[in-house]
Design a protein around this ligand. Structure first.
Ligand code: C2E
Ligand code: MG
Ligand code: MG
Ligand code: MG
Length: 287
């Protein structure tokens, strides 16, 4: 608690703040060991088409910490970025996904595509492109089945470098998504200068679709914009049928959210895709 008034100015750390600080410190200190011991695991969340059929997955990292249990990326990715550990983690994720992609494709559908999240730091990592290229060769991955997601704000943090990086990745054949779209910037003119395939509408708009006219307006505008630019639209964070129906009616093509599935480990992802296998059955089962 910080006391600005009273006798002099002093700051008292509450027990909660001390705990949070200790946890952050302990995560930062055990990050090296996590990388060398491969304490990470990739979870997969399905992306579905309008029919409810699974068309691919988003890879989402978790850290299985020996003492703290499962730690979520929202907590440790920023710490990894600050500690200069993100490029090692990104390389681990790319390697693991390429290795596991063949399992998903062989067991279920050879056309499944998996998307990998990159952080802003990765776009400044001069060697990343060559790493991607050699990992593809090692696992015989066709680039068209890998997609990279980057947030709008990370892309724009270093526009020239991002452009250069993604142009190469796109030329190689990978797809590119702009993640959390609509939350970052007011100027949209940059969209005409970049090579992306998909806009992902941020969950904050989707979760307020039913209650907020403004969210409906922004969502409609993003959809319209994407259509005019011939970009695919993916809506994330769909939790109920009303949101899905609304977005379907307004022309959204790809969907992600707890309504379909939470992110799950690889073994469950292959099971999921078996039950989602036929086009309409899942949609009817859900409805
Ligand atoms: P993101 O890329 O925008 O991923 C979507 C997040 O929303 C995921 O959280 C997912 O589990 C969650 N989500 C999906 N559907 C729903 C829903 O219907 N309702 C709600 N409430 N949440 C939903 P997660 O897995 O905790 O990841 C958080 C963020 O961490 C990601 O946001 C991404 O920015 C970052 N991240 C995850 N994996 C990686 C990675 O391998 N590398 C990097 N650099 N960042 C990653
Ligand atoms: Mg993402
Ligand atoms: Mg997102
Ligand atoms: Mg996000």
């Amino acid at each position: 608690r910080s006391k600005a008034k009273g006798r002099g100015t002093y700051t008292v750390f509450t027990p909660d703040m001390v705990d949070a600080y200790k946890r952050k410190l302990s995560l930062a200190n055990s990050m090296d060991q996590a990388v060398s011991n491969s304490e990470f695991v990739v979870y997969y969340q399905p992306k579905v088409a309008g029919t409810g059929r699974i068309i691919g997955f988003e890879a989402l990292i978790r850290w299985q910490h020996p003492e703290l249990g499962l730690v979520m990326p929202g907590e440790f990715i920023p710490i990894a970025e600050q500690g200069g550990k993100i490029s090692a983690i990104t390389r681990w994720v790319i390697d693991r996904v390429c290795q596991e992609l063949s399992v998903l494709q062989q067991q279920i559908d050879s056309r499944f595509r998996v998307s990998i999240n990159l952080s802003g730091h990765d776009l400044r990592d001069a060697g990343l492109f060559d790493t991607i290229h050699s990992v593809f060769e090692r696992y015989q991955v066709e680039p068209e089945y890998i997609e990279f997601e980057v947030t709008e704000s990370a892309y724009l943090e270093n526009f020239a470098l991002s452009n250069k990086f993604f142009r190469r990745v796109s030329n190689m054949g990978c797809a590119i998504s702009l993640d959390d779209f609509g939350t970052g910037y007011s100027s949209l003119s940059y969209l005409t200068q970049i090579s992306i395939d998909t806009l992902k509408i941020d969950r904050q708009f989707i979760c307020k679709l039913e209650t907020s006219e403004r969210s409906r307006l922004v969502t409609g505008t993003i959809i319209d914009l994407a259509k005019r630019l011939s970009l695919t639209i993916c809506a994330e964070g769909i939790e109920n049928h009303r949101q899905w129906e609304y977005l379907l009616e307004h022309g959204v093509e790809h969907f992600q959210g707890y309504l379909f599935s939470e992110p799950v480990p690889l073994a469950e992802a292959t099971e999921l895709s078996q039950t989602f296998a036929r086009d309409t059955s899942q949609r009817m089962a859900l409805g």
